[in-house]
Design a protein around this ligand. Sequence first.
Ligand code: ZN
Length: 281
Amino acid sequence: MSDLKNKRIITVATTGAWPTKENNPNVPLQPAEIAEEVYSCWKAGAAIAHIHCRDDAGKAAMIYEKFEETIGLIRAHKDCDIILNITTSGGVNLKEADRVRPFYQLKPEMASYDCGTMNWAHATIFENNPAFLEKLAGMMREVNVKPEIEVFDPGMIYNAGYYIKKGILTGPFHFQFCMGVAGGIGASTKNLVFMKSVLDEVAPGSTWSAFGVGAGAMEILYATIAMGGHVRVGMEDNVLYKKGVLAESNMQFLARAVRLIEEFGCEAATPAQAREILGLR
Ligand code: ZN
């Protein structure tokens, strides 16, 4: 194994379920734009691409054909070895069958696993009920897709601990701390330190990454780098590059993350290094 201690994995989340062209005209929404953006982000230092797709109108959706087209276009770049991570949560009120079909059939190396239900942004219920989570873990194991365990508050880490204890989730475990979403934990350094301490209690030795949505984005980025975590950037989480300034592209976020990681004395992990760190097969 090469020396991976100073390597930090950057995940790019180019699209997500919510941002629209009205929020930021540069957010990629259709397969060709998403695939080109992912390819450019890989060149800029991203090791993992977290993929969402939209319907023809650009609205949140889990349409299998959109994922198939997007993944196909990314894989058509033969030089690009970025790790693909497909969402299982491309909106709300979705059929479970539609949520699982993209990863189950397209077999990316990773897929998101949202480890609990929450009131989402004072607007709706983001539902991940116990029966669904058990089924989802089993299906991921079946097709050798590694869960990216997304947690929006400390309770979700404990929830993951239950599935780990029961053998429903099997290691090595990788967690994504999603912070600053209304309804979940706030995006602050104090909270990040607490989230990490809960993780150390529940699943010691796990790899972890974090991001902050909105005003706390930079605080979480800096604090995560300082605490030894991996990072996620992109327009799924922030359409502003900084206060009052729209992001020009996802690559702009990548460039900043690489700069900060290097200034700290670390390096952005290549996809091959990320595979070693995450224990991907
Ligand atoms: Zn997502």
